[in-house]
Design a protein around this ligand. Sequence first.
Ligand code: CO
Length: 248
Amino acid sequence: MITIKTESEIEKMRESGRLTKNVLELIEKSIRVGMTTKDLDKIAYDYIKSCGATPSFLNYCGYPASICASIDETVVHGIPSDEIVIRDGQIVSIDVGVEYNGYHGDAARTFTVGNVSEEKRKLVEVTKECFFKGIENLKDGTPLGDIGFAVQSHAEANGYSVVRALVGHGIGTKMHEDPQVPNYGRKGTGIRLKKGMAIAIEPMINAGVYQVDFMPDGWTVKTRDRKPSAHYENTVVIGEDGVEILTL
Ligand code: CO
């Protein structure tokens, strides 16, 4: 079931969105070579708790942390660990969700650490661009497939591929609501998005093949060819003439 948010619900989602954005800005300022992904998780957890909010990911289907930290060939859902040390030249995707006043925000960024190769830097840039292509013409009445079409077109025009095994999603009182929001698709297909729908749009873009492998830990997703992957996500609300980004 797809829910339409009232203005007072959207106001609450603005607050959870703002806290979600704050976590990512804090991590961006803190991330350094030599830190562990567990260090980043603690920064996120402590900040979220200090706001009187709840980390949406913690204990979600048994997930053991407040963020996902996914380095290089890890696409998403990397579990923070005190054994994973961030090294020079890596790209680190941080995904975080915050629940506040009963509503969730969900967002991700891919950070470059130290001296990153031109190839990886471009992948990170294009992945962010894919999100903005996805929302470019998005407004009340837009077919859902237009988002995926725009994301996929931009990724493939740059020689990259779009992960299909994982998708974006509706969001609100639950972190994952209907509809699913694929990063691939055909223009003019799917349901029409309506004013007041809230969705998380999250392109996961691979430098090589689109296929991924699910690791035995039950969470970590890696590219099948172990080439790098980037992730960029924001929670948005559909409006009459465009979208409002709640996590930027
Ligand atoms: Co999400």
